[in-house]
Design a binder for this molecule. Structure first.
Ligand code: ATP
Ligand SMILES: O=C(O)[C@@H](O)C(=O)CO
Length: 420
C-alpha cells in the first residue's frame, strides 16, 4: 500500500518528484497514465499524466481518475505535482485541477509551492525567481506551450481558480512550522482555499512539508515533497531504507533524444556537439514527421557505437520555434515534433539502445507512450531532479534504462555525464 499517492502533470516532472522521494528514503515507482490494474508495490506511487497543456476538463478528469486509483490502493496523502516554473495558462491547468482534487478529498485548503532551490527556483513574496531572474525574465516567457509572463504566482493562480488565493509569506516560513500553521489557519478563516508558500531554501521546504503532515492534499513542485517522508517515519509508517535507489545493471547502446527548446537543453546540445555525434533536425525546413524520421534513421545507421552516445535533437531557438508555430499552429507544431521524436526513440531502441535520455517533458511523454512504458522504478540521480530509471517496456522485453530530463534541468555536460 503506498503511503504517498502522487499525481504529476507531466512525465519528467513525475521522475523529478520520484527522485526527491527516493533521496529521502522512500521506494518510488512512477506509473505511466491512470493504471487499469493494481498499482505496483512502493512507498510512494507517482501517476504520471500528460495533463499540463491539455484542455482543462480533460486534465481534471484524468487527475480525478488518478486520485481514485491512489485512494483505492490506500494512499494516505495526495500530492499534485506541477512544474517548478508553474507552467500553465490563464485557463489552467494548475488551479482547476487543484480545486477539483480539494473537492474530491473533502478539504478546504491546500498549499501551492513550486519552489526548488537546488535548481534555482525560489519564491519570495509570492514572486517566483529562476536563478537571479524573475520567472518572466529568465526564458520562460518564450516557452513554446506555456509562456510565463507574470512572476506573481498569487496573481497567476487567482486567474485560474475560484478558490481565493492567499500567501504564506517568507517571514512565517522562516519562523518555522508553528508560524506556518498559524498562517494556514488565518488564511482558511479568511476564505482562502489555496495559498502560495514562499520558500527560498530547502529548510523552508522541510518546514512546509512538516506543517502539511495532516493535509489531505499538497500541491507544488518536487521540492515540496522533501519533508514528507520524514512525516511518515515520524508516524512509524516508513522504515529507514538505504537501498531505495537500487536498479538492475545497465546494458546496451546509449542515445539522447531532445525536443526541449529550453536554454538549458540548447546549451547541453551545444556542448555535446564537440564530443559525440549530434544530429540537429530542422522541423521548419522539413515540417513532415515521416521525412524527419527518415533523415534520423539514415543518419543513425552508421553512428551507433557502444563507446559513446549519439544525440538527436529537434530543439531550436525561440525565433525558429515561433516560425514553425506561425506556419502550423502552436499545438500542431508541438505534436509534429513530439511524434517525430517518439518515432526516432522507437527506432533507436529497435537498433539496440537500452540507455536513453529524453529531454523535455512533453517530448518524454510522447516517447514513453510510444515505447509502451508502463512503469519506471526510480534509481540514482544524475543531476538534481533527473534520476536514471528502469522501465518495463513493450519495446524492450528485458526493460531499459531511461532518464527523462526536464527541459530546464541538468548541467551543460548532462548528455555526456549521464552515461559516465
Ligand atoms: N523546432 C521546434 N519548433 C517548434 N516546436 C518545437 C521544436 N522543437 C520542439 N518543439 C516542441 O516544443 C515543446 C517542448 O516541450 P517539452 O515539454 O518537450 O520541453 P520543455 O518544456 O523544455 O521541458 P519541460 O516540460 O520538462 O520543462 C514540445 O511540444 C516540442 O515538440
Ligand atoms: O518541476 C520541474 O521543473 C520539473 O519537474 C518539471 O515539471 C518539468 O517539466
Amino acid at each position: 500500500m503506498p503511503l504517498l499517492g502522487c499525481i504529476a502533470d507531466d512525465f519528467t516532472g513525475a521522475t523529478d518528484l520520484a527522485s526527491t522521494l527516493v533521496r529521502q528514503g522512500m521506494r518510488a515507482v512512477q506509473v505511466i497514465g491512470v493504471p487499469d490494474g493494481d498499482l505496483p508495490e512502493a512507498d510512494a506511487v507517482i501517476i504520471a499524466l500528460k495533463s499540463r497543456t491539455i484542455p482543462v476538463a480533460e486534465a481534471i478528469a484524468q487527475s480525478l481518475a488518478a486520485c481514485e486509483a491512489l485512494l483505492a490502493a490506500g494512499a494516505k496523502q495526495i500530492l499534485f505535482k506541477y512544474c517548478s516554473t508553474f507552467d500553465s495558462t490563464d485557463e489552467g491547468n494548475i488551479g482547476p485541477v487543484a480545486e477539483a482534487l480539494m473537492k474530491r478529498l473533502g478539504t478546504g485548503f491546500a498549499i501551492a509551492c513550486p519552489a526548488f532551490p537546488t535548481n534555482g527556483r525560489t519564491i519570495y513574496q509570492g514572486h517566483l525567481f529562476v536563478g537571479a531572474h524573475l520567472l518572466s525574465e529568465g526564458g520562460m516567457e518564450n516557452h513554446p506551450l506555456t509562456p510565463m509572463t507574470d512572476p506573481n504566482l498569487v496573481r497567476v493562480l487567482s486567474r485560474q481558480t475560484r478558490a481565493g488565493v492567499g500567501l504564506i509569506p517568507f517571514a512565517s516560513v522562516e519562523r518555522g512550522v508553528a508560524a506556518i500553521r498559524a498562517d494556514m489557519a488565518r488564511l482558511t478563516e479568511s476564505g482562502r482555499g489555496l495559498a502560495i508558500a514562499d520558500a527560498v531554501t530547502d529548510a523552508h521546504l522541510m518546514a512546509l512539508g512538516e506543517a502539511c503532515a495532516n493535509h489531505a492534499l499538497i500541491t507544488g513542485g518536487s521540492g515540496i515533497a522533501m519533508g514528507l517522508p520524514e512525516n511518515f517515519r515520524r508516524a512509524g509508517l516508513l522504515p529507514v531504507r538505504d537501498d531505495a535507489d537500487a536498479l538492475p545493471p545497465a546494458t546496451g547502446l546509449c542515445a539522447v533524444v531532445a525536443g526541449s527548446c529550453s536554454r538549458a537543453t540548447l546549451g547541453q546540445i551545444g556542448l555535446a556537439r564537440g564530443h559525440v555525434p549530434v544530429l540537429e533536425l530542422d522541423a521548419l525546413a522539413t515540417p513532415d514527421a515521416a521525412a524527419l524520421e527518415a533523415q534520423a534513421r539514415e543518419w543513425m545507421a552508421d553512428k551507433l557505437d557502444a563507446a559513446r552516445p549519439v544525440v538527436i535533437a529537434a530543439s531550436a531557438p525561440p525565433d525558429k520555434v515561433e516560425a514553425l508555430q506561425a506556419k502550423l499552429g502552436r499545438d500542431a507544431a508541438g505534436a509534429l515534433v513530439e511524434d517525430t521524436m517518439a518515432a526516432i526513440a522507437a527506432a533507436l531502441v529497435a537498433a539496440g539502445v537500452r540507455r536513453l535520455v529524453v529531454a523535455g517533458g512533453e517530448t518524454s511523454g510522447a516517447v514513453v507512450q510510444r515505447l509502451g512504458v508502463k512503469s519506471l522504478r526510480i534509481g540514482p540521480e544524475i543531476d538534481p531532479g533527473v534520476p536514471w530509471t528502469h522501465a518495463t517496456s513493450e519495446a524492450a522485453r528485458e526493460g531499459l534504462h531511461l532518464a527523462l530530463k526536464s527541459g530546464n534541468f541538468g548541467a551543460r555536460d548532462f548528455f555526456l555525464k549521464a552515461f559516465a
